[in-house]
Ligand binder design. Structure first.
Ligand code: SAH
Ligand code: SF4
Ligand code: F3S
Length: 449
């Protein structure tokens, strides 16, 4: 019996790639195990977006170095694999497989080489028009499923490794995306999330040439699907039609993640983001004027080379103006082979930390303010789990907010009785910066604490 273990780092694209890799391995006769000790083949699906992420895989490999003599085979997949290539064999000689995401369609052949005892197997070509479409996907969640619609990235943001680690953009045909979405609905999935580094540049390679808004509308119409999410949107390619689509179909979740990176047009230009602050604000205006209450979230990089205090204060004013529902803040991290490496005005680490903490504090106050608007309202949640420590069910709203709640009729899971996977209305009674809390809405008069 051949066994494998896979650990995943990084973004949702990586999480979903791992599901497809696991499915491919199961198809090849492998069995998945839950810890590396039991596995013959140990795979790390890696992320290289920031230096810290990259270091994680090398510390994992170090941890298990001694095990390599005991018949274990190690493989490095994903963005660090693509970026470092054969250098990984030098740094970690017990690794036998190095493959980037553009080579996963060749996994069955790579496995054959590994099984034949080859100790330097690589899949590193980026020269592919293919996407990794496979019917063999071992999904982690029985209710919510990822669907890749576009791979790679054709932008060239000055700080970012992704165009080098994932290669050029390749869109799947709308027919193949819709076929997958329909079969997921038939299997009982009620929520799907369409994935791409830049979903807005989706372009159907078949004759119909659908753009992303058209594809999104078509997925929303599939019987059995109740929620459709998508990520990530790039402001340069975001169009007003997206807002119209969300307004017209409640099944399309009213949440848009629109990474801004900086509030300063100067910094945006040096980042090669291809939009100014004003152009970004136009996208925000479309959403603020929508009929539905669209939650807007973002990513911000502080301490990009040359970011002055005035630039930083423009980011602060932007977040105060927009009032995001949530955001990821990152300290700029130098990445190999990126244009920003060559910029000479790098910001000291302590200053990046100061800006990070300042922004985090401001955003926390904004989130408390925004979330408190929901107290007293009733929101529909998709139930995701149960928290044993707090004795609450964990739900998620269409706006992608966590809403923890109690259900007087089922205070905890009992045997086969669970709320996970169901949709229900919850009365919001409390709001914090990162989540809401409430109780299941019933006909009983509810008390607001
Ligand atoms: N394709 C998506 C983002 C992918 S990476 C987009 O363009 O929006 C996710 C986030 O990581 C980015 O939005 C950016 O904020 C952050 N990031 C990327 N490279 C980084 C770097 N070198 N240092 C710090 N943060 C970085
Ligand atoms: Fe990286 Fe920019 Fe592409 Fe996003 S759009 S993946 S930040 S290069
Ligand atoms: Fe990381 Fe690669 Fe995703 S660098 S964020 S795993 S695209």
């Amino acid at each position: 019996m051949k066994t494998f273990y896979i650990e995943t780092f990084g973004c949702q694209m990586n999480a979903h790639d791992s599901e497809k890799v696991a499915g491919t391995l199961l198809q090849q006769g492998y069995t998945q195990v839950e810890n590396p000790e039991e596995a013959e083949l140990i795979l790390y699906n890696t992320c290289s977006i920031r230096d810290k992420a990259e270091q994680k895989v090398f510390s994992r490999l170090q941890q298990f170095k001694r095990e390599s003599g005991k018949g274990k085979v190690f493989g490095v997949l994903g963005c660090v694999a693509q970026q470092e290539g054969e250098k990984i064999f030098e740094r970690a000689p017990h690794v036998s497989l190095v493959a980037g995401s553009a080579s996963y369609t060749k996994l069955p052949q790579l496995l054959v080489q590994l099984e034949a005892g080859n100790r330097r197997v690589t899949g590193l070509s980026l020269d592919t028009g293919e996407t990794f479409d496979t019917p063999f996907t071992r999904r982690d969640n029985p209710h919510r499923a990822y669907i890749t619609i576009i791979e790679g990235c054709d932008k060239a943001c000055a700080y970012c490794v992704v165009p080098m680690t994932r290669g050029p953009e390749r869109s799947r045909t709308s027919e193949s995306v819709l076929r997958e979405a329909r079969s997921l609905a038939e299997l009982g999935y009620s929520e799907v999330q369409l994935l791409g580094q830049n979903v807005n540049s989706y372009r159907d390679p078949s004759d119909t040439q659908w753009d992303f808004a058209r594809l999104l509308r078509a997925v929303g119409e599939i019987d059995g699907l109740r929620r459709v999410r998508f990520t990530t949107s790039h402001p340069r390619d975001f169009v007003k039609e997206m807002v119209a689509a969300i307004d017209q179909d409640e099944r399309l979740c009213n949440h848009v993640h629109l990474p801004v990176q900086s509030g300063s047009s100067d910094v945006l230009s040096r980042m090669q983001r291809l939009y100014s602050r004003d152009q970004y604000m136009r996208c925000i205006e479309w959403m603020k004027r929508a009929k539905r209450d669209i939650a807007i979230t973002t990513d911000i990089i502080v301490g990009f080379p040359g970011e002055t205090e005035a630039d930083f204060l423009e980011t602060v004013s932007l977040i105060e103006q927009i009032e995001y529902d949530s955001m990821f803040i990152f300290k700029y991290s130098k990445r190999p082979n990126t244009p920003a490496l060559r910029y000479d005005d790098h910001i000291p680490e302590e200053e990046k930390t100061r800006r990070f903490l300042f922004l985090q504090e401001r955003q926390r106050a904004i989130q408390i303010r925004r979330n408190s608007r929901y107290v007293g309202t009733t929101e529909e949640v998709h139930v995701e789990g149960y928290n044993l420590a707090t004795h609450q069910w964990i739900g998620r709203t269409s706006q992608n907010k966590t809403l923890n709640f109690i259900d007087p009729d089922l205070p905890e899971p009992r045997g086969a009785r669970t709320l996970v996977g169901q949709y229900m209305d919850v009365l919001v009674t409390r709001a914090g910066p990162n989540s809401l809390a409430g109780e299941r809405a019933t006909n009983r008069p509810a008390s607001i604490s």
